[in-house]
Design a protein around this ligand. Structure first.
Ligand SMILES: [Zn+2]
Length: 460
């Protein structure tokens, strides 16, 4: 039998419903996640950035025959470093040979470097950055000013110095630091965590695209990708300094899986790292620019892109992208936000399913015809669910209500036409999933159908 809760006026709700329908309230913060976030080390991040700088260049097409310079030396170091974090991480190369095309000037062996921390379930949460670098004539500034950077990397000499400390040594250092603290935390995560260092980002997100393409073909359940690219500098090239916020970009529309993931990052980042502000951006990425999170959304996986608040364009894609142009303290804050979001997500139950077998949202106006009646499928491990809603014009959830271990709820006299609803799954320790929204699939020409006409005699 389906258990349900009818939500009525609060006084009635508290007095008139069986207590079993309501979860024991757990504190918002899990002390184990607080401890994990507290393990993020600014000094370790700085050490990784300095090490990455020593490879001179990590251009995807740079030489692989030197033990200390170029992409071959860099990927070997990443592999060994991840191995050093302990036996729980499964470290491997994800290798492809990319044919000459576009910005790939010759057939090139490309290796993503990844570490998997197995969880109880196969669903995967990624934390990522790209370890390849590029340096081009003027850092790409002229191309960026023209709002078009296509082909810029073609001009790059693969063996020219391209230290890439911020782009994207910062994202890689963050990914390594999370691999270290998660694998050494002793926590038993429900989700499988993947710490991924992509390659060939600068040639058109190729390493990420190849991996995402394969994941889709193999039906790998990727629940979330937290991609970090240029997250280490707090001083804009125009002199504006912001060390207290991070931008998070996500592909729409407004209730897409990536936007729900972005809202989740903001919600849980604020709780565990209140000193840092997550600024959500309702666009796929910065103007005319891209990053690896887009490769995942293109293959149907929820993904967001973290970007520092104020960029210095003159120190990107340039030999001047060096250690003195980043702030390890700022990078550490961004790493803490990632850690809080990834840990909460990995400990929480899977998000509830809020569609029927035909993909239609399980929301209706029953029983009165003017109520909001929500149904969802139970998530394994959930002991409660939280309903969210907001006006149908506006991006942020405005209201939330924790209900018990039930699979439906009714909000009387509440118009489902004027509000957007969603529901998350919550476990006994308070870990919450991403919100599943009740939305109609976008209408398409196929859905609309063609209007049939009969031929009429032409007017004379
Ligand atoms: Zn980058």
């Amino acid at each position: 039998m389906t258990r349900a809760v009818r939500v009525v006026a609060l006084a009635v709700l508290l007095g008139g419903l069986p207590g079993a329908a309501f979860a024991q309230s757990a504190p918002d913060l899990d002390p184990r996640i607080v401890a994990l976030v507290g393990q993020i080390s600014q000094d370790r991040l700085a050490g990784t950035l300095k090490k990455l700088e020593t490879f001179g260049t990590r251009n995807t097409m740079s030489s692989t025959d030197s033990p200390s310079r170029g992409i071959g030396a860099a990927r070997q170091w990443l592999f060994d470093e991840l191995k050093n974090y302990g036996p729980k991480l499964q470290v491997s190369y994800d290798t492809y040979v990319i044919a000459r095309q576009g910005r790939i000037l010759r057939d090139t062996e490309a290796r993503n470097v990844l570490a998997v921390l197995p969880g109880r379930s196969p669903r995967r949460i990624y934390v990522s950055g790209h370890y390849d670098t590029v340096a081009i004539a003027d850092g790409g500034q002229s191309a960026r000013n023209a709002a078009g950077a296509a082909g810029e990397a073609v001009r790059a000499d693969p063996d020219a110095t391209a230290p890439g400390v911020n782009d994207d040594g910062s994202g890689v250092a963050l990914t390594l630091e999370l691999a270290r603290v998660f694998s050494q935390s002793g926590l038993d995560f429900d989700a499988t965590l993947v710490f991924m260092c992509h390659v060939a980002e600068e040639q058109g997100l190729m390493g990420a695209k190849l991996h995402a393409q394969k994941a889709r073909k193999d039906a790998v359940p990727i629940d979330a990708v937290l991609n970090n690219d240029i997250v280490g500098n707090d001083r804009g090239g125009n002199g504006v300094v912001d060390s207290v916020s991070i931008r998070v970009y996500s592909e729409g529309p407004e209730d897409s899986p990536s936007r729900e993931l972005a809202r989740f990052v903001q919600r849980w980042g604020a709780r565990y790292v209140p000193s840092h502000h997550v600024r959500l951006m309702a666009r796929p990425d910065r103007f005319s620019r891209g990053g690896d999170h887009t490769a995942y959304t293109q293959y149907g996986f929820p993904a967001v892109g973290f970007r520092e608040s104020r960029e210095n364009f003159t120190r990107q894609h340039d030999a001047r992208d060096t250690f003195d142009g980043v702030s390890p303290a700022y990078l550490a804050q961004n790493a803490r936000v990632n850690a809080a979001a990834a840990a909460t997500l990995a400990l929480a139950p899977p998000r509830p399913v809020v569609v029927n077998d035909r993909g239609q949202a399980t929301i209706d106006r029953a029983p009165s015809g003017y109520d909001a009646h929500l149904r969802w499928k139970a998530s394994s491990g959930a002991t409660a669910y939280r309903i969210f809603w907001r006006e149908a014009w506006g991006p942020d959830w405005q209201h939330e209500l924790l209900v018990g271990n039930v699979t439906e709820a009714t909000l009387p006299d509440t118009l489902i036409d004027d509000l957007i609803f969603g529901v998350s799954a919550v476990d006994a320790s308070g870990h919450e999933s991403v919100v599943s929204p009740y939305i109609a699939p976008p209408s398409t020409a196929v859905d609309a159908g063609d209007v049939k006409t009969v031929s009429a005699p032409s007017a004379r």
